[in-house]
Design a protein around this ligand. Structure first.
Ligand SMILES: [Zn+2]
Length: 389
């Protein structure tokens, strides 16, 4: 039997407590005199990354700013995506995420042709190899035109259902006939019992309104809690009076919103030699006030869509706080409980008899803990872990 471990001066929900660990669990939480020196939070997760394209930036720099040049640069680099190359880059990402204390990632996987991409099975192998350390989910990133195609969509959905992690996904931006294609995709998800994860309306044209149709179909199919929408940047430039009822409907339907601050700040309103004015963030304050679950993801790390970044959800939270004027103490759920719920994983808890899986961040309060690169201690199953990427 391992020796119990006492951790004092821990900030939890604004109070100062001591945590007592026994074995792999939190045995007791007791009030502590004095002020907190550390803040405690569940191990973070990232519901939206791209392990297949991470770290290709040095060899795949887009010629100009913007989403579509980034897509072209990525397509051109795919000749290099051998098994060796994909594995090396994805393992680096997983190692970095683990060293940052993350417990789960959902990676989108580029699925450009009707045929299954190599990265799909390779990331499946890595998910098995990393089980117990990081939960790795895959979501196919297929064009709406392919997944919503009556010939190709059913085969892809069946393959994802048979070999994947229960998540189907697509990207849509002002696609022709998008309501019919989305309707087919929702029927496939319902038939196979799959969750849905979209890249939707990642741009600043107000007429990009795929989000609204996803909300309608989620309600129609009763898929509350099973549909996650990434980006929805165009909501930021539509009239607030028009957006408010859409957010209310999304909350009622149970659609969650994933905000990707790094990629939006980098790609939206980008032109050579001109300072961007529009920053592309979906209206996250308003979405949460309406009752939507709002979560954050790193999205792109050192790839044509964002040349910087890391697999550290705390850095994503810090950037979101700056970009969207957030109080970090009120938004921790965006990288912990709400994000795990969006991924369909068990909710983490800091509570007596719960598994001792948490981070300690040095700081008197959350602002102090996150005002600079955080100093952290990582506990997994009651054991403090340290690894260096
Ligand atoms: Zn993405």
């Amino acid at each position: 039997m391992s020796t119990p471990l006492a951790l004092d001066h821990i900030g939890l929900n604004g109070a100062c407590v001591s945590l007592r660990l026994e074995g792999a669990r939190i045995a007791a939480i007791a009030p502590c005199d004095g002020v907190p020196l550390w803040q405690v939070m569940p191990l973070p997760v990232d519901p939206h990354v791209h392990l297949d394209k991470s770290f290709i930036w040095p060899r795949a720099r887009p010629a100009e700013p913007g989403l579509f040049r980034a897509i072209e640069a990525t397509l051109a680099d795919k000749v290099n995506w051998s098994e060796v190359d994909l594995r090396a880059r994805a393992e680096l990402a997983l190692t970095e995420a683990h060293a940052a204390g993350q417990s789960a990632l959902r990676s989108h996987v580029d699925w450009g042709e009707p045929d299954t991409p190599l990265a799909w099975s390779l990331l499946g192998d890595l998910a098995a190899e990393w089980r117990g350390r990081i939960t790795l989910q895959r979501a196919p990133l297929v064009s709406l035109d392919v997944l919503g195609d009556a010939d190709h969509g059913p085969a892809i959905a069946a393959h994802v259902a048979a070999t994947g992690d229960g998540v189907l996904g697509a990207f849509l931006y002002r696609h022709a006939d998008y309501p019919e294609k989305l309707a087919r995709i929702f029927r496939l998800a319902a038939d196979h019992g799959l969750r849905l994860d979209f890249h939707v309306d990642e741009g600043l044209e107000p007429e990009a309104q795929g989000f609204d149709e996803i909300v309608r179909l989620t309600g129609h199919h009763g898929m509350a809690g099973r549909v996650l929408c990434g980006h929805a940047c165009s909501l930021s430039v539509r009239p607030p009076d028009a957006v408010a009822p859409v957010l209310d409907a999304a909350a009622t339907a149970g659609v969650a919103l994933c905000v990707l601050p790094a990629t939006n700040l980098w790609l939206q309103d980008g032109q050579p030699g001109r300072t961007p004015r529009l920053r592309g963030l979906a209206p996250l304050h308003e979405a949460r006030a309406a009752g939507m679950q709002v979560v954050f993801g790193a999205d792109n790390v050192a790839d044509p869509f964002y040349p910087f970044g890391s697999f550290d959800a705390l850095e994503t939270l810090r950037l979101a706080c700056t970009a969207a004027h957030l109080d970090p103490a009120e938004w921790l759920g965006a990288i912990t409980t709400n994000a795990t719920a969006a991924m369909g994983l068990p909710l983490p808890r800091i509570a007596r008899s719960a598994p001792a899986n948490f981070l300690l961040l040095q700081g008197r309060d959350w602002n102090d803990a996150l005002r600079r690169a955080p100093v952290r201690r990582i506990f997994r199953n009651g054991v403090e872990t340290r690894d260096t990427p």
